[in-house]
Design a binder for this molecule. Structure first.
Ligand SMILES: [Zn+2]
Length: 238
């Protein structure tokens, strides 16, 4: 997979691009380059439209995933052909919510990790709430509410968010880049880094807002006990 063709890794704010169809298998389309996020890392895929330029025919992008090391776009009609010139348009409203939640997650994870040493064993970003699973034995709801408050203070102060690539060698020198327990591949040549300046730095493939204040405010929803060493917490962005 050529990271240069996965445009959201460097610029999550691209809402529209023109490109061409590289290959087609029924309703599954690989593009010359893409702005559509492929499901992964707890962040749902993007949706949107692919418009064939020669006749303005619209195809809805209903799912995006990585298959055979390529970003594959599932559309609702199997009429696109290799070589077709297309315009891609993101469902930006949906994507922007995921960007807010994803950056908020990094902020929360860094606060939780600092206070408790917990790592993240699972996470799911949604449009109206997000979920974090923590490998914590002793946990109180009050602790998590305090951590949310701390996150809100940091959001108010604001910080820039940057995305860039570093070599495997440099990534391995910094274990704090890896806060997801057993989740990140350790066999890549380069790692994409998401840094919230002065706050957090993690190896990551997601899409993020450019600055913390874009998130707004976080609100605690609920905490569940999912067994020994597993606490599940829900929060939302308001
Ligand atoms: Zn992430």
């Amino acid at each position: 997979m050529d990271k240069e063709k996965i445009l959201y890794l460097k610029d999550a704010c691209l809402k529209e691009i023109e490109t061409e169809v590289k290959s087609v298998n029924g309703k599954y389309v690989v593009l010359g380059k893409t702005i559509f996020y492929a499901t992964g890392g707890g962040q749902p895929c993007d949706t949107g439209k692919i418009i064939r330029i020669k006749d303005n025919k619209e195809f809805n992008v209903v799912f995006v995933g990585v298959f055979n090391n390529e970003v594959s776009h599932e559309v609702d009609l199997d009429e696109l052909q290799k070589g077709d010139k297309v315009k891609c348009i993101l469902n930006w409203e949906r994507r922007y919510i995921f960007m807010k939640y994803h950056t908020a997650m990094h902020l929360l994870i860094s606060i939780i990790n600092k206070h408790s040493g917990a790592l993240i064993t699972g996470n799911q970003i949604g449009e109206d709430k997000s979920r974090l699973d923590l490998n914590l034995e002793n946990f109180s709801k009050e602790d998590f509410i305090k951590w949310i408050d701390e996150a809100n203070e940091i959001i108010k102060k604001d910080a820039m968010v940057k995305n860039y690539f570093i070599s495997k060698e440099d990534a391995m020198k910094n274990p704090s880049l890896f806060k997801l327990k057993d989740k990140l591949p350790k066999d890549l040549e380069e790692y994409r880094i998401t840094e919230v300046e002065g706050v957090d730095i993690q190896a990551d493939g997601g899409t993020h807002v450019n600055s913390l204040k874009e998130i707004g405010r976080l609100e605690f929803l609920k905490a569940e006990n999912k067994g020994k060493n597993n606490r599940r917490v829900y929060f939302r962005v308001v």
